[in-house]
Write a protein that binds this ligand. Structure first.
Ligand SMILES: *Cc1c(COP(=O)(O)O)cnc(C)c1O
Length: 417
């Protein structure tokens, strides 16, 4: 009988260039050896919520319970988010800014991922195709999402020998009249870098010269533990308009709560009549909203979470970053160019000439999973081949165990003299 079904799906989606980090990690995880009695050490994905020591604050949990129990938030939310949430987020971000954001500058999203989707869709333009400048190494969701939104991607390099700062000269050379925005991720994923105020100002001045927006992914805001304090890009919003993206996923360690935001940091109101804000609200209208009861809990989550909670998390990450950096640099075939000062990640470079029968970062990660039950992310998944991205957001003993296994693996595979 003739087949009349026509379920082909959108073929173009299969052509999307950059795989999402999760896709690469699940490929690596399929290589785990089920007969290994040792526990698997997950140094691939940045979600420490599985570790009891990274449990979120009690006040955040209480806020959610109260919100649900009130029975007042079982309703739909407006597409831009409910006012108390927008106000609380505006106040929270304003604490670190030289001007005050109004609730009207804030749009609530389902996590930072949704914020990225909305902003990239809002700035895309099809004829002529707009382009966007993304960091390399970076967070590949931007690349993938840009491909879905008909945005051309151009990659600028981060410089490992300069603490992963932006190569601003190269960035300038990439831009043309169709460039609409550049993305920075600070504190950095995957590099663990934290930019100084001076560097952020230079970024702002460069973007101004090019006439482009800065999209500042600050999902790791305040997760810093080195000598450089966190400074929001919005500080320089009077030099260049900044769209700040964030969420509670990382600082509160609740990525499953799906609560994020877009904040328009533009004290000179350059964007007011640009169409961009209209596009963002338009995109939000045809998209799903963050759960109302989570939004309603936001004012309490922000206000009631004690400084102790943040200090404990930052101390744990500080200790973990030191262990990670020191242990990795003891391994001859691995080099970390700079000690992580923020976020939950470090980039480590492989010297493959010291290893036998390992041709690249993917093979390294696959064999490491199989032989040692340790998961790391091959650098190709963040745009840097033959590097690894390692997360140190796990309890210190698992981390030491995992790094010890990586060392054993490298010794076993070392080229014989
Ligand atoms: C985790 C992460 C996100 C996504 O955050 P969610 O709030 O979980 O959606 C966005 N950007 C970067 C750089 C991240 O590491």
């Amino acid at each position: 009988m003739e087949n009349k079904w026509n379920f082909q799906g959108n073929g173009e989606l299969k052509l999307v260039p950059a795989p999402r980090i999760r896709g690469v990690l699940s490929m690596i995880m399929q290589n785990l050896n089920k007969d290994d009695q040792r526990t698997t050490i997950p140094l691939g994905i940045g979600d420490p919520s599985a570790f009891p020591c990274f449990r979120t604050s009690i006040s955040a949990e209480d806020a959610i319970v109260e919100s649900v129990r009130s029975g007042k938030f079982n309703c739909y939310s407006p597409s831009i988010g409910i006012l108390p949430a927008r106000r609380a987020i505006a106040d929270y971000l304003s604490n670190d800014l030289p001007y005050k954001l109004s609730p009207d500058d804030v749009y609530v999203t389902s996590g930072c991922t949704h914020a990225i989707e909305m902003v990239l869709t809002a700035i895309s333009r099809s004829s002529p195709v707009a382009n966007i400048l993304l960091p390399r190494p970076g967070f590949t969701f931007y690349d993938t999402r840009a491909a879905y939104s008909n945005l051309e991607v151009r990659r600028y390099d981060l410089l490992p020998e300069k603490g992963w700062e932006v190569d601003l000269e190269a960035l300038e050379a990439l831009a043309d009249e169709y460039t609409v925005a550049m993305v920075i991720i600070n504190p950095g994923n995957p590099c663990g870098s934290v930019y100084t105020s001076q560097h952020l100002k230079k970024i702002a001045e460069t973007a101004r010269k090019l006439g482009i927006l800065v999209i500042a992914d600050e999902v790791y805001n305040h997760l810093t533990f080195g000598s450089t304090p966190f400074v929001p890009m919005g500080t320089f919003g009077s030099i260049v308009p900044v769209l700040t993206l964030g969420s509670i996923s990382k600082r509160w360690i609740v990525p499953g709560w799906r609560l994020g935001w877009i904040a328009i940091c533009d004290p000179n109101a350059i964007l007011q009549n640009s169409g961009i804000i209209k596009s963002i609200t338009g995109c939000l209208e045809v998209s799903s909203d963050a759960p109302t009861f989570i939004q309603a809990a936001i004012p309490q989550i922000i206000e009631h979470t004690k400084e102790d909670f943040f200090l404990k998390i930052v101390e744990m990450l500080r200790g973990a970053a030191v262990i990670c950096f020191d242990k990795l640099n003891e391994i001859p075939c691995i080099t970390c160019p700079s000690k992580p000062e923020g976020s939950m990640f470090v980039m480590a470079k492989l010297n493959l000439s010291l290893l036998d029968e390992i041709s690249d970062d993917v093979e390294f990660s696959l064999k490491l999973a199989k032989e040692e039950s340790v998961i790391v992310l091959p650098g190709m998944a963040v745009g840097l081949k033959n590097w690894l991205r390692i997360t140190f957001a796990c309890d210190h003993s698992s981390l030491e165990d995992g790094l010890g296994r990586i060392k054993g693996f490298c010794e076993r595979h070392a080229k014989k003299k």
